[in-house]
Write a protein of this length. Sequence first.
Length: 142
Amino acid sequence: MTVHVRPNPVASVVVLATDPAVRHSLQFRLEVDGYDVKTVAPEGIGDIEMAEASCVILDHAPPGINADMMLAHWRERGIDCPVVLLASDPASAETRRMAAWTDVQTVDKPVLGDRLHEAVMHAMKHSGQAAMPVAVLSQPAG
């Protein structure tokens, strides 16, 4: 028997990253954790996707993305879902500014263990989202 921890109800997570490999690996990881995941490159992001998100995973590394300005723009437009920032340089000024926002969780790269899942759950819990974990049991066929 296998025990999986899943959010209940299923939360929608948007992964915003330039690198397709990063988007794919984060999507796989989050779907294993039970999230409904949409991935998008920065040039493809739209307010409709953001408004539907329970949480956004924002890759800090891509060139041309100013995460702090992007978050400010979302907030000005009334998009207030929590954000998990993947920080390639935790000491950078931008990472420190983003961490100062009350609804932003930071996870240092490389992302190891359960840190991503824990950050998403923490972000949603502290923003009033109703995605709390429940155990889902499954048995191998046969």
